[in-house]
Every structure is written in structure tokens, then in C-alpha cells.
Design a binder for this molecule. Sequence first.
Ligand code: ZN
Length: 493
Amino acid sequence: MTEEFNLYLEKMNAINMALNIMYFDRATGAPKGGVKSSSKFYGILSAESFGMSVSDEMAGFLKQLEKENQPGEIDKAVLRICRKDYESFRKIPVEEMREYKELEAGAQAIWEKAKEASDYSYFAPALEKLIEFKIRFADYRRGAKDRYDVYLSDYEEGMDQETLDAFFAQLKKTIVPLVKEIGKSGRRIDESFLSRPVPIQRQREISSLLIKRLGFDLNRGVLRESVHPFTCDIGQNDVRITTNYHENAFLSSFYSVLHEVGHALYEQNKIEEIADTILDKGASTGIHESQSRFYENIVGRSLEFWESIYDDAIAILGEDFKDVSAKALFEVSNIVKPSFIRIEADELTYSLHVMVRYEIEKLIMSGNYSINELPKEWNRKMEEYLGITPRNDAEGILQDVHWSGGSFGYFPSYAIGNAYSAQIFSCMKKDIPFYKKIRQGDIASIQNWLSEKIHRHGCLKTPEELIMNIAGEKLNASHYAKYLEDKFSAIYF
Ligand code: ZN
């Protein structure tokens, strides 16, 4: 690498870090009246960084450095990523990107307001404009590719609809009959205590307990509150997560914290050599979600985890929960019941929520959609996949933040992540007495295993290299199908 190129990348990276901080600020309490101004600045800075990634100067650097055949693993990965971005995005005019980014930055506040009022029509015009940009950008980029495949591949390299159609068909074959059988089983789990009020202050203490147990380093990280929980990585030394508290549903933030801490541990445990570089991030969103879903579900929704945390949790929850056992908490966390909100869905029906979004995104990217019909389409799909119809937009199409940020193609990452997590889990169990360690509260052994195999590499390795090294095979949904069958049969039959 040349010093000149390093400086060039550092400048790009600095702008990107500033943009991430602006995003975090917007979602966690920046004044609403400032949205218009900050969106404008966000657009300008985004265009600056984007322009650098597709400039003639970048092309020149790449041409020169690729010829020299870089010896180090880090240099090779830097060039691979810069080349990929350059080739993929270079046809998008910088000015159009600026316009789009300004729109995107303002759309989140519009979505928040629409969600609060449960009024899709308030969000629809912004959504339509975002989609128009996304379709146009895909057309600049796609060549012979299908539009939606361009975005699927942005999140998971090489992913396309053909692969996902088969993947979801396999999951559906396991999940749908299992949900039906559970419905017919007659086994009813007591959930009466779930809505007992837990003051927000106590829920914050529960969050602190979880953060401590899992080892999220608060010297290099922070937990705040936002409408939709998320993780914002500004590099391994500044990892910000959020949650959202509901007084009458304490498990909602409990599991969202476990989920986001899963993301955060990935971010914090990368090797130092890649700190503050363009490699200081995860391999893909699918691999990222595999880590968050691993902590949320495979760890957090196990009986052993509840046993290990029970005394401390009850001490915080107080007198009202003294009659609730660890087993009751475990079971209530695994109730299978079709519900409206994805982030609160049980582990079994969760992927059905993803399928609803996948089908709608396919429709949107085809261009043959009507913006005003999307809520009806959403509700029809919910009825088809989960057998329930949302009563309003807030519990239907407005529930997720993703589209307001232009993130089309992200949702499948959750299902891919679920599948990766089960595949990773089946390998981890060969090395570690998993449930014994969880019961002992020894999360460190699990975390070290994940760090060694996944976290430390950041995006030095591709998702396929990571999973091949761990499992000796590519993404394979059958491990997840088996995991779900085993787990829920044990609870329900
Ligand atoms: Zn996530």
C-alpha cells in the first residue's frame, strides 16, 4: 500500500464514521426541528464519501496497487472491498446519491411520526420516492442481473432470489406444519405474568445485568433508547446499541438487548490491526444476524440461561415475580403463537415474518406495485403465512425502520442469520459442553469460540469462507430446521 492511498482511505473512513454518528444521533433524541438541516449535511457528506469510492482517483489507486500484488492479508482484503464497491457503484451519479441520502436521512423522522399515528398515508410519499431511487440505482448497477438480486447481494455476497426461494421453501416445509401441530397439541403455557408492570428503571437494571453477563464492554460501547432497537458501529472501539422499553412487556427489551449485544460483541472482538479501517466491520449482515440471533435465541431462550440468571433477575423484578420460576420464564420465552410484530415474534414463527417482507420487496423491486396497495398486500401475506391480519398500520407495514432507511434486501439476513446460527451451534457443541457452560454462567467460553472462528476476522474473510472453515459446508438450512423441530417438540409434545 502507498501512504497516499492510506490517507485517501482514512479520509473516506472518517466521513463514514461521522455519518454513522449522525445516524445514531438522529435515532436517539436529536431535536425533530433539526432534521431538515442535518439531512442536508448528511446528504453532502454521504456524497463526498461515495464520490471518493467511485472516483477516477480510486480507479487509479486500484489499478496501480493490484499490479503490485499486495503480500499481506489485510491489504488484499482492502483492495478486494474497494474494487467491489468501485465496480458495483461507479455508474451512479454522485449528485443523485446526494439527493437520495438527504431524502433517506429525513425519511426516518417521517416514518417515526407515521408509526406513532399508525398512519401509512403519511409515510407513503417518502417511501415512494425512496423506492424510485432504489429502482433507478439498481438499474444503473445491475447489468444482466435482476434488480432485487443486486440488493440481496449487497447484504450477503452472491445471494439471489433463486437461492432464497429454495431456502425459504425448505424452512416453510418445517415451520408451517410444526406451528399447526403445536396449535393442536392442547399444551398451554402460562403467560399471565408477562404483562405485569415492570417500571422502566428496573428494566434498565435488567439491561445492565445482561450487558455484564455477556461481556459487552461499556468502556467501548453504550446502550441508549430509540423507537426501533439497533446497533450502530463506529468501529470496534465505539459500539452503540439501543433498546425500547415497554412497561407491560418487560421481555421485549430483555430480548432486544440480548440481540443487540450479540451484534455488539461481534463488533468489539475484532482484531486490533483492523481498527478504524474499512475492514472494521462484520463479514455480512447474515453473519452479523447469526451472532445476534445466537445470543438472543440459542443462548437467551434456553432453560439453562434462565437458571443462571434467575436469582439476579428476580431480585430486580421484585416481589411481583417471586412466584415465577426459571422454568416458567424459559417456557414463556418460547411460546409459539402467530403475532404481528417481528421483533417480538417467537423463534419458530419468526422466519415467516421475514418471508412476508421478502415477498413484498420482490414485488416492489419488480416495479409493478402500487404504493397505496402495499398495506393491503402486507396484510394479505400475514394472513397467508401466519393466519392473522394486522388491525392497523403500526402493527402491520409501519412496524420496521428498514425501508425508511432505504434498506431493501436486508430482511432476508435475519432468516439467513437464523440458519447460520444453528449451523454454527451444531459445530460449537462438538467443542464445548454448551448447556453446562451456560448454566454455570460461563458465557466467556462461548464468546471465545465465536471470537476465534468469526468475530476476530471482521470482514477479512467472506461469509462463505467463514462458514466453510467452521462447518465444512456452505449455508445449509437443514440444521436450523432440525434445531427448531428438536427444541419445540421438547417443549410442546
Ligand atoms: Zn439484528
